[in-house]
Design a binder for this molecule. Structure first.
Ligand code: FEO
Length: 402
């Protein structure tokens, strides 16, 4: 059975949902699936904007067949060559052998790397600012390199103000039939996952996102159609403002994320005691995570959201407890910066964690250390409470700007 929706006269959402996939990119847990969005324009000329993951091929082809009603497909626009979107290019070309596949040099280079099909005769090369008229509709091509792959493009449909934005402004989370932001509780259902998606997948490329904002700043955008999650047609400002903030590595909120590694509960005990002391001092909405328990993508997402971080972990094998080491490496790889940080080490006979965490944070840009870093021995004792009080005072004063 086909499953499509009209999003504007002659323009249709023809994507689908995968609620079975456990790990997106075999990395990121999906608790509520993911959608792969694709769009079909039925004008004097016909065009598909991106395809979908091969996990939903049957549904996808049924959607296209239903809407095309035997028409020829004139253009297949490839804005992104990652397999969750290019998984059906070969299928489309087999069904519509005369289709023009629209992409840039990088798109076709990547197609050649991923697939064996020779599409030389189908290729239609486009670049920055090129336009493609489909009849009433007109697509303008905007290059968005490294948001988050080098070949990425967006298309601005100049008559309706629709921005086909590739992965940008997308989110984890399957669609529910309500494919528009004004049909769902976006903040309740998708926003946390949109941040997790951004931080972990696009987060490294903030400068490139800012470059795109410069290009599209003057466009009168009425609708944003990304490749994952709801279409924005009401509160575009919400996601545009958040992307601007996220790509500047600015915290959304003054607040504290405590993430700790713990082998026998002693470092966890200190982290919880610190959290209570912060709450006593008026800090609200504190987030506390065990790095061995919570997938790093969720912690990274909150690191993007909040202004203050507390890392606590023991020494392990004369180094840093592995899950904490992994998280800090991810933070470095993603270019996390502009945060206020406090560090608590733990060791029983040789100290390394404290020094290594300090070094890791020092390698990130503009990370300000708050309070006195301390290195406890095995377990914090009641007669050492003053160290925790001093740290809580410093963090609370900074968060609450007292
Ligand atoms: Fe949704 Fe970068 O692929």
């Amino acid at each position: 059975m086909y499953s499509v929706r009209e999003i504007s006269p002659q323009i249709y959402w023809i994507g689908g949902n995968d609620r079975r996939l456990e790990l997106f990119e075999n990395l990121f847990p999906l608790t509520n699936g993911v959608s792969y969005n694709s769009y079909l324009i039925l004008d004097e000329k016909t065009a598909i904007v991106d395809t979908v993951d091969d996990a939903i091929t049957d549904q996808y082809l049924e959607n296209i067949e239903h809407l095309m009603q035997g028409r020829e497909l004139d253009y297949l626009i490839i804005n992104h060559m990652e397999p969750d979107h290019c998984g059906n290019i070969e299928n489309i070309i087999r069904r519509y052998p005369n289709v023009k596949v629209v992409g840039n040099n990088k798109s076709f280079q990547l197609f050649g790397q991923f697939y064996n099909m020779d599409i030389t005769k189908n290729q239609m090369l486009v670049g920055e600012g090129d336009e493609l008229s489909l009849g009433k509709h007109n697509l303008k091509f905007i290059c968005a390199p490294m948001v988050h792959w080098p070949e990425v493009m967006m298309n601005f449909e100049t008559t309706t103000g629709i921005l086909f934005s590739a992965d940008a402004f997308g989110t984890f989370g399957a669609l529910t039939g309500n494919i528009f932001d004004d049909e769902v509780d976006y903040k309740g259902l998708y926003l946390e996952e949109a941040r997790r998606y951004y931080a972990n997948i696009v987060g490294k490329f903030g400068a490139q996102v800012q470059s795109v904002f410069k290009k599209i700043g003057s466009y009168d955008i009425k609708m944003i159609c990304s490749l994952h999650g709801p279409i924005f047609r009401k509160d575009l400002k919400l996601i545009l403002d958040l992307y601007d903030k996220w790509s500047r590595y600015e915290a959304e909120k003054e607040g504290v994320v405590i993430f700790y590694g713990t082998m026998y509960g002693n470092t966890a005990n200190t982290a919880d005691a610190l959290a209570n002391k912060l709450a006593d001092r008026g800090v609200q909405d504190i987030r506390v995570y065990d790095v061995s328990k919570t997938h790093p993508s969720y912690i990274i997402s909150d690191i993007w959201k909040y202004s203050h971080l507390v890392a606590a972990a023991p020494t392990y094998n004369m180094g840093l407890y592995y899950p904490m080491d992994n998280l800090l490496h991810e933070m470095i790889a993603l270019g996390v910066k502009n945060r206020k940080v406090s560090i608590i080490g733990n060791h029983s006979w040789a100290s390394a964690a404290n020094k290594l965490m300090t070094e890791r944070f020092a390698s990130m840009k503009n990370m300000e250390i708050i309070g006195n870093t301390f290195d406890m021995k095995s377990r914090l004792k009641d007669n050492q409470e003053n160290m925790l009080d001093e740290l809580a005072d410093a963090i609370a004063a900074s968060v609450l700007k007292k």
